[in-house]
Structure formats: C-alpha cells, structure tokens
Design a protein around this ligand. Structure first.
Ligand code: ADP
Ligand code: MG
Length: 526
C-alpha cells in the first residue's frame, strides 16, 4: 500500500510530513530544507521554477514570480482582498472568465488552484524522492477560517497536482493533533497561528483520544507580510528624508527593500538592533545612492503594534465563542514563523496569562498533524476522534436582502440541517436559493457560495408546497445542498454552482494542458 502524506500548503512556506513506523517525519527537500517557499516563477527563457529556485530569482524577475497566491484562492476578483493584492503585488492579477482572479506570468494566465497545484506537485515530488515510491493520497491543511469556496479550490489544486485529497484539515486543528500525539492528558489548549499571510486561532479540548474544537476565528489577510510592509514604509520614509529620493515607483528597489525588511524583522527576533544595507539602491546626477538605516527592536515593535493588537482582538472573539475565559486555557501552542517575534510571544503570554508551550516546531507542526491525520484515516486501528467546527455561519438570502442563518459558526462538523421552503406565488414551479456564508445580517455582505434554482415543484396554491432543503457541511468543511419535496418524497439533488471556482471540465482541461506541458519539457531536456 502506498503511503499517505500530510501537506501544510502555506501562504509563504509549505511543508510535507509522513508517518514512519508510527513516528512523524518531516521530509526535507533536495536542498535539505524542511520547508519550501510557496513560490512559482517563469524565467525570461520560459523555465518554470518552484520553491527555493523561484525565491532565489524573485528580485530580478519580480513581475513573473508568484508568491502568496493563497491570499487569492477561492475569492472573487472583486473581493476587497484581491483588490488589495493587486495594489501590493508586482505580478499582474487579471479577471478570469469565472470572475476569479488569475495571475499572468510568462504570457499565460494561471488560475489560483493551478498555482497551488504547482506547489503541491513539488511537495509530492519531495515526498516521493524521500520514500522512493509514488505517492497518491494526501491530507492537506487550510486556515480554519477558509470558507467553502477556498476549501473547494484547495481540493481542486490537489486534484490538478495528481493527488487524491483524503481530507482537508484546519491548520490549527492539525497543530493540536501533533501536540496531542501519544499524550493521554486532558487539557484545554489554544493554537495561535500567525504565518506570512494569515492568522488563525482555535481553542480546543483534548481528552482521551478525542480532540474537540470549541471555537475558531481568524483573518485570512493578516500575517508577517503586514509586518514587512510597515517596515518597508518606514525604510522608504527614512531614505526619502535622508536622500530626497522616493523609491516608491521603482519595482526593483521595492523588491530589494521588501527582502531586506523581512530579513531585518527576522534578525530582530534574536537581536536588539540591525543595520539595513542596500548599496546602489538608486542613483541621481551626483552618482549612486546607498541605503543604510539602523533599525532597533523597539522601533520595529512600535511599527507593528497595531497588527499585533489586531490578532488579540480576534483571539478575544474566539475565547468568547468557546465559552471559556482566557485563563481557562492550560496550554498555548504557537504556530507560524511570525510567532518567533518576541513582541508576539509577549502579547500572547499577557493575553492568556501564561507563556506558550515550547515543545513544538512552529514551522513543521501543521504538516506533522496532517501526516498523523492521514495515517489515522487509512489505518484500521482506533485513532483520534476529531470534532472540528465550521468557522462561518451558513444560511440563505431571504426576501428583502436579509440573511437567514441555518448553521451557526462554531457548530461541530459534519452537520446537516434542513429548512422548509415554500412558494410565494400561485402555481409557482421554481424557487431560487442563494447559499451564503458569513456573519452579517445583510445578505450582500456575506460570501455567496453559490445559487441554484429548485424546479419541478408541482402546481399548488402559494405557500402550500413543502420543500425540505438540507444543507450539509462535511468533515472537510465543504458545503453541499439537497432538496426533497415532502408531498411526493421526490429528491432533487442540487449542485451549488460555486462562484469563482473551476468546473470539472476546466479542471480536466488544466490537467490535460499540464500533461502536454510536461511532455514538452521532457522532450526539451532530452
Ligand atoms: P505561512 O503559514 O504563511 O506559510 P510561515 O509559518 O512559514 O507562513 O511564516 C512565515 C512568516 O514568518 C514570514 O512572514 C516570515 O517573515 C516570518 N518569520 C520567519 N521567521 C521569523 C523570525 N525569526 N522572526 C520573525 N518572523 C519570522
Ligand atoms: Mg502556516
């Protein structure tokens, strides 16, 4: 039987793990690194690069190097997050035929699942090389706060990468699985996950082989990159003051600044002061200009305090939803590279009234949990019972643009809930149902997952037909809908046409195109 891997498909970095003789192993890539940058690039001569190779050439090829595409996946082009990315990213984001954002590099517009697939395929390859055998099945993690469309799109990415996605698991839940592995204790824990692009927090109760998520909350547009951006702004302002040169319009300089800002930020986690040095960053009639700016930890902390406070606001909401007090949490697990920053650690310690647990690696724990979950899904032995929750309320749009909630956020999944619909006109034969996910009472402010028309209602007086529409959220957090006419008992199965996602035909087409491309690549090499 072939092995099942666990993949943490991160916004910034991805990681793959497998269980070997009952013990989790994080698999290093060819360069010996245990995490791989989630980056994809096409070079001027048409070569496709993934991971470290893509990252290494990002400065000189920024327009054709994709990073942080996870911030776009499963969103609609008009979503504010996409519009913000358009302002922030050096690569071109264009509107796709499904109103989805696509990224244009090397003369081709890639869908977000396709880009995710290039990373997943790389992680699959890393695992295959290590295991010495093909890998078919995987568990992939997503931020707990991902909505249905984002989860669907991640599953599509797996499919395009040639993977059978056994389960989509929430990242903080995966971290909890890894923490609780081979432990007997009964504990309430909080997982605080601050990565490069997203923030997630979950509060869980662990006891005797059961992991129950009590509440989860997060922000899919908050992470280390927000820290970097504030540092870049500071460096731009300082340089402008010193040299009267504004670097804001210079793509190459901005890319170098971004790199230097991130590096300074990471260094300041271990030191009190760093010097940011960027020789030949600009030139004017007097000759080349060099950037050299001192940055100390205190300045960094004042630049980013707002971002850190934003994570605490979300943490507060999560604690409230869990029905506990912050002090009831017995262990705090830090996940994600950005939690290495002392200010973040201090803020979390102050919030929960205790220092975080030191025993897990914040970069690897999510992949490890995914691998443990992968193994338990395929083995016959008694394994951990996982009770996760849906992060967002599910409902429908009703008359007047209101949102009628059917399944409340933080409800344990899988869950199924029915709702009886009827007609408002005489002999009405069809009703239109708009499925939404979100927390606003106003329908338009929530995410439209899809809509469908229920047809074949037998002629009757208005208000008479009884149609039981049931809304399901499965263990992956993915939503489906079915309907039954109570009078006839006739079932209508309904596909929600998710907005912004790929159809099966489109996915198939991508897979075929990709095979063509791979063949072409091989022929080119030989
Ligand atoms: P993701 O889950 O988005 O893939 P990661 O968990 O890999 O992200 O975290 C990446 C983020 O962590 C980046 O913004 C990076 O700059 C930041 N980071 C990594 N190491 C450190 C450090 N030592 N101090 C502060 N931030 C760090
Ligand atoms: Mg992560």
């Amino acid at each position: 039987m072939s092995r099942v891997i666990g993949i943490d498909l991160g916004t910034t970095n991805s990681c793959v793990a497998v269980l070997e003789n009952g013990q989790p192993t994080v698999i290093p890539n060819a360069g010996g690194y245990k995490t791989t940058p989630s980056m994809f690039a096409i070079t001027p001569d048409g070569k496709r690069l993934v991971g470290h190779l893509a990252k290494r050439q990002a400065i000189t090829n920024s327009k054709h190097t994709i990073f942080a595409s996870k911030r776009l996946i499963g969103r609609r082009f008009d979503a504010p997050e996409v519009q913000r990315s358009i302002d922030l990213c050096p690569y071109d984001i264009v509107r796709g035929p499904n109103d989805d954002p696509r990224i244009e590099i090397g003369g081709k517009a890639f869908t977000c699942p396709e880009i995710g697939a290039t990373i997943l395929r790389e992680m699959k390859r890393v695992a295959e090389e290590y295991l010495g055998e093909p890998v078919q099945e995987a568990v992939i993690t997503v931020p707990a706060y991902f909505n249905d469309t984002q989860r669907q799109s991640t599953k599509d990415a797996g499919k395009i990468a040639g993977l059978d996605v056994l389960r989509i698991v929430n990242e903080p839940t995966a971290a909890a699985i890894a923490y609780g592995f081979n432990k007997q204790s009964e504990e309430r824990i909080a997982v605080f996950d601050l990565g490069g692009g997203t923030f997630d927090i979950s509060i869980l109760e662990m006891s005797d082989g059961v992991i129950e998520v009590l509440a989860t909350a997060g922000d899919t547009f908050l992470g280390g990159e927000d820290f970097d951006r504030r540092i870049v702004q500071y460096l731009l302002d300082q340089f402008q003051q010193q040299e009267s040169i504004d670097l804001r319009g210079d793509a190459m300089a901005l890319q170098r600044l971004k790199d230097a800002a991130e590096k300074a930020k990471c260094d300041l986690s271990g030191r009190e002061q760093v010097e940011v040095n960027l020789p030949f960053i600009a030139s004017d009639p007097d000759g080349p200009r060099h950037l050299s700016i001192q940055l100390d930890r205190q300045t960094l902390e004042s630049l980013v305090s707002e971002v850190v406070n934003a994570t605490l606001k979300t943490a507060e909401q999560c604690v409230r939803d869990s029905g506990l007090e912050a002090g009831d949490v017995e262990q705090v697990i830090l996940v994600g590279g950005q939690t290495r920053m002392p200010l973040v650690q201090q803020a979390v310690a102050d919030f929960f009234g205790k220092r975080a647990h030191k025993g897990v690696n914040p970069d690897e724990v999510v992949a490890v949990g995914a691998a443990i979950q992968a193994e338990s899904l395929t083995s016959e032995e008694d394994s951990v019972l996982l009770l996760d929750v849906t992060p967002l309320s599910l409902g429908i749009a009703t008359f007047g643009g209101h949102f009628a909630q059917l399944i409340e956020r933080n409800t344990t999944v899988p869950v199924r809930k029915g709702h009886i619909f009827t007609t408002t006109r005489e002999n009405q034969s069809a009703v239109k149902i708009r499925v939404l996910q979100g927390e606003s009472d106003v329908a338009a402010e929530n995410d439209l997952l899809g809509e469908f028309v229920l047809t074949g209602i037998r002629p009757a007086n208005k208000g008479e037909p009884e149609i039981d529409v049931s809304f399901d959220i499965d263990a992956n957090g993915i939503v489906s809908v079915s309907a039954r006419d109570l009078a006839t008992g006739k079932e209508q199965s309904i596909t929600v046409n998710a907005t912004g996602t790929l159809s099966d035909e489109e996915i198939q087409q991508i897979i075929e195109d990709q095979e063509l491309y791979e063949v072409a690549l091989k022929e080119g090499v030989e």
